[in-house]
Design a protein around this ligand. Structure first.
Ligand code: 9MR
Length: 568
């Protein structure tokens, strides 16, 4: 009675907490039937259950059955066996089951560090030479960014930071949401992060490793502000993307290009938040918190004077040289960036003038955070600091709370009937470029509702989306490199492609399923036409299999929060 491994049994390949929901999804035509939870040698059955039917959705076209073994709570290693289908990958049930993923997701940022060698001591077999070590005194001001004080060709220093994604450029807008999300993870769960060790060069100093890692990018961001007027350059970039080479071989000329309102406000928000977070570490970093606040204030003032400077790359290229063809992160609505920056500055300084400078609630929309829409980052911050709000904001708090909770309730609608029983996948529009970050950001929104209500159902719903990311999805992949029996192996990530090592750099979140605009990368290896299956684990697929810092950051938040809350 030996069964075979079946990839049609989909589950969180990392595992489950003893006292949390546990679900596996079986893909296929059959109806009903029993499932068995067994020891990995298949010799002992520890739990028997009945498979539940689901309705195949609008775009999730394949029928599924659900094996719910939540009741079983004994720690150990197991497989799920389904007669006529086979058995699942082995997985564990244990406390702190996501600890390693939580640490690895932050360590993923270490592997993205610019301007420094990654020695074997910290980077293991993915050790490598520094890239762009000469970003000190080697960056040119692009014609689009020329000013009297800094004419085109002026040489600047702007070292450090993280590579944005599979490419080697550094973009302020995308750093903005990334940093805001990581600093929020710290602000929401400081106790957890104070003990999480990452084995990075700064480990062992009196600062939590997460904040040491964040500082690597913060220091770069500070260099992107023009000291003469407070405006912030949109990005530091090559004219065109590099080939698939290691960082140390990427030697194209780098420019800072155009100041813009989006970059400047995102910068202001991050600096204001960083200022209050690093204030507690003044002894280790004297002056840092003050410098951040000064930078934030100057950026805010620039944006007041320049409220609508759009980064329009095509228009820029018509006017200025050389042409820049790397990621645009172009946005033309800055109302949400104003909201976010105002909220951060208000909470850090306690000055009502920031709060009243913007219309915090211009409409009832609750857009899921993305690099182009950061309104909710501002709302989360106001909610997080509800105890510090002055009367002007306090009077809005009931409304804010109501909207955040209603937003989470709305996300949860229908999740328990869906084929994969996840919040992710309510609508086809969840499967955009970087859809894994949609799942993770939904998780954060749910956890914010938990923080406001103490209702555990929101944590469980967030956990469902973590299960999605780690394998309980229509592709059957765990989208986190290095975690799961069938995880992303070939991300569109230059170091992972060029380093000659079979395993990709670990702890990176693949962008995942992308049903939008029909496979923008034209990779030939996509196999399915279904919206929730449009993913290919191929490094040609920058539209479904790149990694990016703004996707890893919400993974860090989600998995860290889940770990922190399960420990309670
Ligand atoms: O995440 C970005 C996505 O929302 C856009 O649709 C896409 C195309 O403009 O760009 C994505 O961001 C990429 C950036 O432009 C350059 N570095 C890699 C990013 C992830 O693919």
């Amino acid at each position: 009675n030996v069964t075979e491994l079946s990839e049609n049994i989909r589950l969180n390949q990392v595992g489950f907490y003893p006292n949390a929901p546990k679900v596996a999804v079986v893909v296929g035509e059959q109806e009903g039937g029993a499932f068995y939870l067994k020891t990995p040698d298949l010799n002992e059955t520890v739990f028997t259950g009945k498979l539940a039917e689901t309705k195949a959705g609008e775009f999730s076209k394949r029928p599924t059955r659900v094996a719910d073994f939540s009741e079983f709570n004994k720690a150990g290693a197991y497989v799920i066996e389904v007669p006529g289908v086979g058995h699942s990958y082995p997985f564990v049930i244990e406390e702190n089951v996501h600890h390693d993923v939580a640490a690895a997701a932050i360590k993923g940022f270490y592997y993205q560090r610019v301007s420094t060698d990654l020695p074997e001591e910290y980077a293991g077999k993915w050790h490598r030479k520094a890239g762009h070590e000469k970003e000190d005194n080697h960056v040119l001001v692009h014609t689009s960014a020329a000013t009297a004080q800094r004419p085109a060709g002026t040489v600047l220093s702007a070292p450090r930071g993280w590579y944005d994604a599979g490419d080697y450029n550094k973009y302020i807008v995308n750093s903005g949401i990334t940093m805001g999300t990581l600093l929020s993870a710290y602000e929401d769960f400081p106790g957890y992060y104070k003990t999480l060790e990452l084995n990075i060069p700064e480990s062992g100093n009196p600062v939590p490793d997460l904040l040491d890692e964040v500082l690597w990018n913060l220091r770069w961001m500070l260099t992107m502000q023009d000291p003469s007027d407070g405006g912030v350059y949109h990005k530091l970039t090559n004219p065109a993307f590099d080939g698939m080479v290691m960082p140390a071989e990427a030697k194209n000329t780098r420019y800072v290009v155009q100041k813009g309102t989006g970059a400047t406000l995102d910068f202001a928000a991050v600096m204001a938040q960083a200022s209050r977070v690093y204030k507690n570490y003044n002894k280790k970093f004297p002056g840092l918190a003050d410098s951040c606040l000064m930078a934030a204030t100057k950026a805010w003032e620039w944006a007041q004077k320049n409220p609508d400077v759009v980064y329009d790359q095509d228009a820029m290229n018509k006017q200025f040289d050389p042409d820049i063809t790397t990621g645009a992160y172009g946005d033309n609505d800055f109302s949400d960036e104003f909201t976010w920056a105002a909220a951060e500055l208000y909470v850090t300084t306690n000055k009502d003038s920031y709060y009243t400078a913007v219309n915090m609630f211009p409409d009832e929309k609750m857009p899921l955070p993305s690099w182009g829409n950061v309104r909710l980052l501002g709302y989360y911050t106001l909610a997080r600091h509800q105890d510090k709000l002055s009367p002007v904001a306090k009077k809005d708090f009931p409304k804010l709370q109501k909207r955040l909770v209603a937003f989470a309730d709305n996300l949860m609608e229908g999740a328990s009937d869906r084929s994969y029983r996840t919040v992710m996948g309510k609508s086809e529009s969840d499967y955009i470029w970087g859809s894994s970050s949609v799942a993770a950001n939904q998780g954060i929104a749910l956890l914010q509702a938990y923080r406001l209500t103490s209702d555990k159902k929101y944590v469980q719903a967030a956990l469902n989306n973590l299960d999605y990311l780690l394998g309980r999805n229509a592709t059957g992949y765990s989208f986190v490199t290095g975690y799961g029996e069938k995880s992303t192996m070939n991300p569109h990530h230059r170091p992972s492609v060029a380093d000659g090592i079979k395993e990709p750099v670990p702890g990176l979140l693949s962008g995942g399923t992308n049903a939008q605009a029909n496979r923008q990368d034209n990779c030939a290896t996509y196999t399915s036409e279904f919206a929730d299956e449009m993913y290919t684990d191929d490094d040609c697929s920058y539209a479904s299999n790149e990694i990016a810092i703004n996707w890893n950051a919400p993974l860090v938040y989600l998995v860290g929060a889940i770990e922190a809350l399960q420990q309670k």
